[in-house]
Design a protein around this ligand. Structure first.
Ligand code: GDP
Ligand code: IMO
Ligand code: MG
Length: 425
């Protein structure tokens, strides 16, 4: 199949960036279809560590086209920073196309994000403060400003007046802040118009043209299934749909094309930000997992909450995304544990009517302990070289999910993975 998608099946940070970078070697287009600079995708190539927030993780392959699709919220400041970093690292990048339809994240979106979170106090979502919620809210409120309106700035002033009107009311009366300056925002837009104007286009035309010619398209998800606006742990979610179904909307891909969905599953669970996290651990094991897995947010640097795998939730994620196989990442991090836990369902006492399993407490879950292994997996290249217990762990997951692990990732480096079946079929 010539269309492949990389989708996170947990709460983000599953290792989507690495898997995208690996599979991009054989792709023609690499497309982001939702989210914005809230994403933090880490790519490790030789001694270089590249963190991409907005530009697709295929960018390191110079002969590929990277697309920022219409379902994304586009932050010109971060885009400019990422381009500058790539240039500094002397990385030759491929062509980039930003959808004319993508909504623009202005500095005031980030300001409003931070003020709202502070106002919510204990009830805060724990957002990345990258302006994602406020920008998507403007889109739904029909006062958003799109990339095309920055480029063709004829109506920009009137659009901005309409956009900042309510915000200035909130800034003055609720937050006791200075109003947004229209002039400053027009100057800001003018500055970034010059930077982005060579990169914009009708990405839906490009994507469907490539699909029609059976050229290879790789869609790169951001965040994860349980941060999906509709299907995640609402309201502790992001403001876009992260699941594969959104590729047709946010990517603009015609529904006549089928997608081979690869679900990315970290070998244990993490979550950053607030909200329910059934499977979360505290104490010694969680500290060990956090340190061994270097579980600190790529966007905000916050320590990630950690836990064992929740297989029941993963089953739901496999269904909701139409996953055909999984990429199991960070298996190497589990080396050295005598026993590894997996949550396999709900205890009778924890069964609650009409409550999604994603809202349960760890105490409500059934825990199964699986024997661990000691050897470091980082130097292994073949599936058959893996310790018996590591293979049993993989098999247990595959059986529970009725889904094969087509990729097993054993380190952050681009080269550290085992491919068990062809992805581009
Ligand atoms: P993403 O948001 O899903 O792209 O994931 P992040 O980049 O935020 O977090 C994954 C982290 O794990 C990054 O630091 C990666 O470099 C690293 N990583 C990815 N795959 C592996 C792996 O198989 N083993 C180890 N040890 N690290 C990995
Ligand atoms: P990647 O693509 C992990 C979380 C935030 C917060 C919630 C809402 O690297 O997997 P937002 O700023 O989107 O309004 O925050 O979503 N969040 C992520 N958590 N990985 C991400 O992206 C995330 N993007 C947002 O921590 O809980
Ligand atoms: Mg991340």
């Amino acid at each position: 199949m010539s269309i492949v998608a990389i989708i996170g099946l947990q709460w983000g940070d599953e290792g989507k960036g690495k898997i995208t970078d690996v599979l991009a070697a054989d792709a023609d287009l690499v497309v982001r279809f939702q989210g914005g600079a809230n994403a933090g995708h880490t790519l490790v190539v030789g001694s270089k560590v590249i963190r991409s927030h907005l530009i697709p993780s295929g960018i390191l392959h110079k002969d590929k086209i990277s697309v920022i699709g219409s379902g994304c919220v586009f932050d010109p400041e971060i885009f400019d920073k990422e381009l500058t970093t790539l240039k500094k690292l002397k990385i030759k990048t491929g062509k980039i196309v930003i959808s004319n339809n993508a909504h623009v994240v202005f500095p005031f979106h980030k300001l409003m994000d931070g003020l709202k979170e502070a106002h919510l106090g204990k009830a805060a979502i724990g957002t990345t403060k990258m302006g994602i919620g406020p920008c998507y809210s403007d889109r739904v409120n029909r006062i958003g400003i799109r990339v095309s309106e920055i480029i063709n700035s004829k109506n920009l002033k009137s659009l901005l007046i309409k956009n900042i009107d309510e915000k200035n009311f909130m800034l003055k009366h609720r937050y006791k802040q200075r109003p947004i300056s229209l002039k400053k925002m027009l100057d800001w837009a003018e500055k970034y118009k010059e930077i982005i104007k060579g990169y914009t286009g009708d990405t839906e035309v490009l994507i469907n043209d490539y699909a029609d010619k059976s050229r290879k398209i790789l869609f790169e998800g951001a965040q994860g299934t349980f941060l999906d606006l509709e299907w995640g742990t609402y309201p502790y979610v992001t403001s876009s749909n992260t699941i594969a179904g959104n590729i047709y909307l946010g990517g603009g891909l015609s529904p006549k094309y089928k997608i081979n969905v690869i679900g990315v599953v970290k070998a244990y669970s993490t979550r950053v930000g607030n909200g329910p996290f059934p499977g979360e651990l505290d104490g010694e094991i969680s500290e060990l997992l956090r340190e061994k897995g270097n579980e600190y947010g790529a966007t905000t640097g916050r320590p990630r909450r950690v836990g064992w795998l929740n297989l029941d939730l993963l089953k739901f994620a496999v269904l909701m995304n139409g996953v055909s196989s999984i990429a199991l990442t960070k298996l190497d991090v589990l080396s050295g544990f005598d026993e590894i836990g997996v949550f396999t369902g709900t205890k009778n006492s924890g069964r609650k009517k009409n409550i999604s399993k994603a809202f349960l407490k760890t105490n409500d879950l059934k825990l199964k302990l699986i024997k661990g292994w000691q050897p470091n997996l980082g130097d292994m290249d073949l599936y058959k070289e893996l310790p018996k217990n590591a293979k049993s762990y993989i098999k247990f997951i595959e059986k529970f999910l009725n889904t094969k692990a087509s990729i097993v990732s054993l380190g952050a480096q681009r080269s550290k993975y085992i491919l068990r079946e062809a992805i581009w079929k």
